[in-house]
Design a protein around this ligand. Structure first.
Ligand code: AMP
Ligand code: MG
Length: 414
């Protein structure tokens, strides 16, 4: 192990991890399978958009020169000869006429501008408008969206590293029908260690603890874009843990909870070395979540987090979620911080940078969430943000400005 990485700062630890993780190989997917995937190639438009000069209003398209001198004293009357509709080949306007046009329709041949129907006097014949009278100038290009104004053929519409969300799907559908080169989804495994653990739903002996980290870590990995292919727990034996780690060697990411600090029954570091993994980083100056561990063997990354449920989540969000995003080739893998006003006090019992669960409101005020310590599995379920108390700050008082990491949507009602 490289000893210099024992007890790194939080940012230092994250940098070590981000520099070390491998980037997933790519595969091609169709539009229907692209949601949540990370683009690995820049995407270029195969069309101009709009595809032709089109109208942005309902009205009449005309050659603007016909209405050049129009005014209320000198009105210009034009016969309406035909119509143009969205998606259809437009007609040619006969000289001296105008053409009925609806929003989004391509301009008729020989016309260069649109006058809104509200701005003209319409004269009807048998139900149809036969002619219009224009009482003001219609500058060339009025109410026209030019061909290629939004995107030109060959323009870059998306950069590599972009995650495909529903809005991005719309861009892909519009400008690049695919298939797209995206990162393979990391295959993830979760291994909770601890003699005291039983899986939820199994018989619960007196003094045993239900394994809550496996489902939480599996859920967070899935939300980050992984396929969780294994999850389970194992007792604290060096042989058993090493055997399970071997069994998980077909994973790209293995999340290990518990057993990573220096205690007598903390076998994970030794087990990782036993299976030939290189422990790259161990321990970070953060509270909660100091005893973390990062190891690599071949293409498999091992992320160790403390067993306490709050510590496990904080470590994942601050260090290993960014790592998973980096493996997927995402350009935005660092945590995004929000500056908020503390609506209550957040104290701190450690000289290290500390995190406390908070409830961030839409007014960007953050109030303390219930927090009975790092074993309090209830606390983060009732919170939507982690409040950062920097190392050099003793405590945060109500009214102070704080940095907040939102990890769940805003709550209704503030
Ligand atoms: P450890 O990091 O292994 O020393 O675990 C610290 C404490 O976290 C244990 O004493 C348990 O109370 C709790 N814990 C460990 N693993 C889990 C788990 N998978 N689910 C819920 N609680 C856990
Ligand atoms: Mg343990």
């Amino acid at each position: 192990m490289r000893n210099e990485h024992l007890f790194a700062s939080l940012d230092g630890a994250r940098n070590i991890i981000l520099e070390s993780v491998p980037v997933m190989r790519t595969e091609k997917v169709a539009l229907a399978d692209a949601l949540g995937r990370v683009l690995r190639e820049k995407v270029v438009s195969d069309i101009d958009y709009p595809r032709a000069d089109v109208s942005s209003m309902d009205g009449y398209c005309l050659d603007s020169r016909l209405a050049a001198g129009a005014s209320s004293e000198c009105p210009v009357t034009l016969p309406v000869a035909g119509k143009t509709t969205p998606g259809a080949e437009p007609p040619r306007a006969e000289p001296g006429t105008c053409v009925l046009i609806t929003t989004g329709a391509p301009l008729a041949g020989g016309t260069d501008s649109v006058v809104m129907y509200e701005d003209v006097e319409e004269k009807r014949g048998a139900g149809e408008v036969e002619s219009i009278t224009i009482t003001g100038p219609v500058p060339p290009g009025s109410h026209v969206r030019r061909r290629g104004e939004v995107i030109g053929e060959g323009d870059t519409v998306l950069e590599a590293g972009q995650v495909v969300n529903p809005q991005v799907l719309g861009v892909l559908a519009s400008f690049a029908p695919g298939p797209y080169e995206v990162s393979r989804r990391p295959r993830a495994g979760v291994l909770a260690t601890g003699d005291e653990l039983v899986p939820s739903g199994a018989d619960l002996p007196r003094y045993a603890i239900r394994d809550s980290n496996s489902p939480t870590l599996a859920g967070m990995l899935a939300e980050a874009g992984c396929d969780v292919i294994r999850a389970g727990h194992t007792p604290d034996t060096e042989y058993g843990i090493a055997q399970d780690l071997e069994r998980y060697s077909d994973c790209d990411v293995v999340m290990i909870s518990g057993g990573v600090s220096g205690g007598r029954f903390d076998f994970v570091p030794a087990c990782l070395e036993r299976i030939g993994a290189e422990v790259v980083m161990r321990g970070v100056k953060v509270k909660p979540g100091k005893p973390v561990l990062f190891a690599i063997k071949g293409g498999t990354c091992y992320f160790g987090v403390p067993g306490n449920p709050v510590s496990a989540v904080v470590s994942f969000l601050m260090l290993f979620r960014p790592a998973v995003l980096a493996m997927m080739g995402r350009s935005d893998c660092l945590p995004v911080w929000v500056t908020a006003k503390a609506a209550g006090a957040f104290d701190k019992k450690s000289p290290y940078v500390s995190f406390a669960p908070g409830v961030l409101g839409s007014d960007l005020e953050v109030r303390p969430a219930r927090f009975l310590g790092s074993g309090d599995v209830m606390s983060l379920a009732g919170a939507n943000a982690l409040v950062c108390v920097p190392a050099e700050v003793d405590a945060v008082a109500a009214g102070d400005t704080v940095r907040v990491y939102p990890f769940a949507p805003f709550k209704q009602g503030g």
